[in-house]
Design a protein around this ligand. Structure first.
Ligand code: V47
Length: 372
């Protein structure tokens, strides 16, 4: 570690990054302006070297993944997010709602054997109430006691508490009592209100996302966090977003992992309304690296292969990421919006990506308990 720390500055080709490299070596917190420079500088390999330095300090060569299953209990959504290709309006022929029986039958299929984490996010459908979720979680835990339930974005919890006519605290505690163990990080999009107005009119404001996350953490429910990048936002909005997450994490310590989400442009209004190009490899790696450097208090950074491809996610492991997420098995949100990646990776494929890049695969659950 010492020799690497002596050599860190020698990786830089942009001299403006030198003060940041010194802070990184000393373990000092980076500022808003540092964040802007990390987005502005063309020296991606220098930024990656700094992020890799932090990653090695935190996790050595350990690289995490989970055998997971994605499922959306409904695609019906009355909220309007312009970037979303997944939502169906009530009455749409594509609209569906899964019953608890259907979800359990799905999880009994042979391809879901060995799944440790069930990750469920879905639309905002006013007919679903707290009783639906309590029943679903109880029955899933009774049938699969070792399956970890990772369900709801912060905005979904807020929505379904209101749809059920109960305070959010009661919604969270009843779901936890029924088996909810953690929450995914989606729904955060970009916190800046001006950008939010253009990409998700009518969705709850940033304050709601952050308030529900804070409450969840204080009630003992850990969550992940995300940022949707590569659409109409600018660097200053991304830095602002990361700093709002960092500030909340200072107060609660409840974020397990951060996942940069690369905007997928197909079949959604946002992609049609603006001239937006797919994110590039350069942009995707920079998001991973900047996150590792700015979010000094969030333990894990994921390189999400579904949205940035398996190959780039693998390279992301040397740009600050320590987690490849999971096997997934049937993803819809990114694929309906144009993601060209496979629907699933096997455990063996994930392990090969990790070992080939010189890292140690660690199979984990959603709370980062490692399986031997
Ligand atoms: O909530 C929607 C975003 C999220 C698009 O916590 C889009 O471990 C890109 O949250 N292009 C769902 N993104 C994905 C998500 C996630 C993924 C991986 C791991 C974890 C975790 C969470 O995707 C949504 C929304 O924020 N999204 N549409 C789109 N066109």
């Amino acid at each position: 570690m010492h020799s690497l720390s002596l050599g860190l500055k020698s990786y830089l080709t942009d001299p403006r990054l030198l003060p940041i490299a010194e802070k990184v070596e000393r373990g000092e917190r980076l500022t808003f302006d540092d964040g802007l420079l990390l987005y502005e500088s063309p020296d991606l390999t220098g930024i990656g070297a700094m992020a890799h330095f932090v990653r090695l300090k935190l996790h050595g060569r350990n690289t995490y993944y989970v055998v997971s299953r994605r499922l959306s209990y409904t695609n019906i959504c009355v909220t309007h997010c312009q970037f979303c290709a997944f939502q169906a309006r009530p009455g749409d022929p594509r609209a569906y709602v899964l019953s608890a029986d259907e979800i359990i039958r799905e999880m009994e299929k042979p391809e879901n054997l060995g799944v440790r984490e069930l990750h469920m996010v879905a639309g905002h459908y006013p007919k679903l109430k707290i009783e639906y979720f309590e029943d679903l979680f109880r029955r899933l835990k009774a049938r699969f006691p070792d399956l970890h339930l990772k369900v709801f974005t912060m905005v979904e919890m807020d929505y379904y508490a209101r749809a059920s006519g109960i305070p959010i605290e009661e919604f969270i505690s009843r779901c936890m009592a029924a088996g909810l163990e953690s929450c995914p990080g989606g729904g955060a999009e970009i916190f800046d209100e001006g950008i939010r107005e253009k990409i998700c009119i009518g969705k709850k404001d940033a304050g709601t996302w952050l308030r529900v996350a804070e409450l969840s953490h204080r009630m003992g429910l850990p969550t992940n966090c995300t940022m949707l990048y590569g659409h109409i936002e600018e660097a200053r909005h991304r830095v602002d977003h990361l700093l709002r997450l960092r500030e909340l994490q200072d107060r609660t310590g409840g974020f397990l992992a951060y996942i940069p989400l690369a905007y997928q442009i197909e079949d959604n209004e946002l992609g049609r309304a603006y001239e937006i190009h797919e994110t590039t490899g350069h942009q995707d790696l920079r998001e991973v690296a900047v996150a590792r450097l700015m979010l000094d208090n969030v333990p894990h950074i994921k390189a999400y292969w579904v949205m940035i491809t398996e190959g780039l996610a693998q390279v992301g492991l040397t740009y600050g990421a320590d987690d490849l997420d999971g096997t997934i098995i049937e993803e819809s949100i990114a694929h309906l919006a144009g993601a060209k990646t496979p629907q699933a990776l096997t455990k063996a494929e994930l392990e090969r990506l990790i070992t080939e890049a010189g890292f140690q695969p660690m199979e984990r659950d959603n709370l980062y308990k490692v399986y031997a």
